[in-house]
Design a protein around this ligand. Structure first.
Ligand SMILES: NC(=O)c1ccc[n+]([C@@H]2O[C@H](COP(=O)([O-])OP(=O)(O)OC[C@H]3O[C@@H](n4cnc5c(N)ncnc54)[C@H](O)[C@@H]3O)[C@@H](O)[C@H]2O)c1
Length: 340
């Protein structure tokens, strides 16, 4: 089959995959949505809704849904990956094994860092899918809850790629009057910002669960951004990226939003529930839990201080009480505000 400039494959029918499928379908693209779970595929084909993933939102009728990845990507000129970050590599490998004759642009929609390798999602895609099988890799990130995008609530995001021409093409494809897309050549900074803010969202939830004040929240967001920017700069990102949509924009949204699963998990922990119990009741991924492992490992590997990340790790995985974590952060040695 030859490539059609009208066909886009979306991989993963979670909340984000569904919202993006509707957005692209609304722009007139022929959208083919792949879902690995046959039961969810059937449910979606029969009812056009997945209430556990995106309640109250119908998948647009023209979107073709399949559990066969080859059917979804067959003639796609863009393939958008909307699966959780820890499953990105096997999904990319599945895609790579298809031996397509066309070379689609790849767009990562996930926010996370692979725990085993500390690789960002675009790096995972580049490693798993040979260069000759693709035409550029981009990441879309920013404050964009699926629940709101699906309801056409004004949203702004950034499309980042090492190749600015690819970022511009992706901008044009995804942009609508209600979904404004900016471009960036700093994919490293954009991916780090979008992933690491979920750690701070867990901490923000803990503050909510403990019923701390607004001062504490303001301090957390600001110092959270400082440590994200510190590791980002150390790894070669443009520090200004962290003042952008994928940085402060997504951080504020996620830390304050009722939609954020990471903030929700943190809130439950702040109220004294155990991580395992909380996660066992969730039907959607809370990326921040794994990203806390990756974030701490990155900070240790790079020798860069990330005190909030280290404390969130202790609370999640070492049974430390959140209130003790806050106390320990407050009595660290005196510091200048400048982190750079
Ligand atoms: N939901 C949002 O508002 C939103 C917005 C922006 C970015 N994101 C990011 O998009 C990614 C997906 O989030 P989501 O909210 O859609 O998650 P979700 O939990 O709602 O859905 C994840 C999807 O991946 C599929 N999946 C799970 N394991 C898989 C596997 N092993 N192989 C293939 N597919 C598998 C699930 O069946 C489901 O279709 C995350 O990285 C998230 O941070 C989400």
């Amino acid at each position: 089959m030859t490539m059609s400039k009208n066909s886009i494959a979306v991989l993963g029918a979670g909340g984000w995959g569904l919202a993006i499928s509707n957005l692209l379908c609304g722009k007139g693209y022929n959208v083919r949505l792949w879902e690995f779970d046959p039961d969810a595929t059937r449910e979606l084909n029969e009812t056009r809704v997945l209430p556990k993933k995106l309640p109250g939102v119908r998948l647009a009728e023209p979107v073709f849904v399949t559990d066969k990845i080859a059917e979804a990507v067959a003639d796609a000129f863009v393939v958008a990956f909307a699966v959780p970050s820890q499953t990105m590599r096997p999904v990319a490998q599945k895609f790579a094994s298809l031996k397509l004759t066309q070379f689609p642009m790849l767009v990562n929609l996930a926010k996370g860092i692979e725990v085993d390798t500390l690789k960002r999602m675009s790096e995972v895609l580049e490693e798993a899918i040979p260069e000759e099988s693709r035409r550029g890799v981009a990441t879309i990130s920013g404050p964009s809850h699926a629940e709101e995008v699906a309801r056409n609530i004004p949203t702004a995001v950034v499309a980042a790629s090492k190749e600015i021409g690819i970022a511009r093409e992706i901008q044009e494809i995804f942009m609508t009057p209600r979904f404004r897309v900016y471009t960036s050549a700093d994919i490293l900074g954009v991916e780090l910002a979008g992933s690491l803010k979920n750690i701070i969202a867990l901490a923000a939830g803990m503050l909510d669960g403990l019923e701390m004040g607004d001062n504490t929240r303001g301090a957390l967001l600001t110092r959270g951004l400082a440590e994200i920017a510190r590791i980002g700069k150390n790894l070669g990102a443009d520090p200004m990226t962290f003042s952008g949509l994928s940085g402060i924009g997504d951080l504020v949204t996620t830390c304050l939003s009722k939609h954020s699963r990471n903030r929700f998990v943190g809130e439950q922990i702040g109220r004294g529930r155990k991580l395992k119990t909380i996660l066992s009741h969730m039907t959607m991924v809370a990326e921040g839990v794994d990203t806390t492992k990756s974030g701490l490992a990155l900070s240790q590997r790079q020798g860069v201080e990330m005190p909030i990340t280290a404390e969130v790790h202790k609370v999640l995985f070492e049974n430390k009480a959140p209130i003790e974590a806050i106390d320990d952060l407050m009595v660290r040695g005196p510091k200048p505000e400048r982190w750079y």
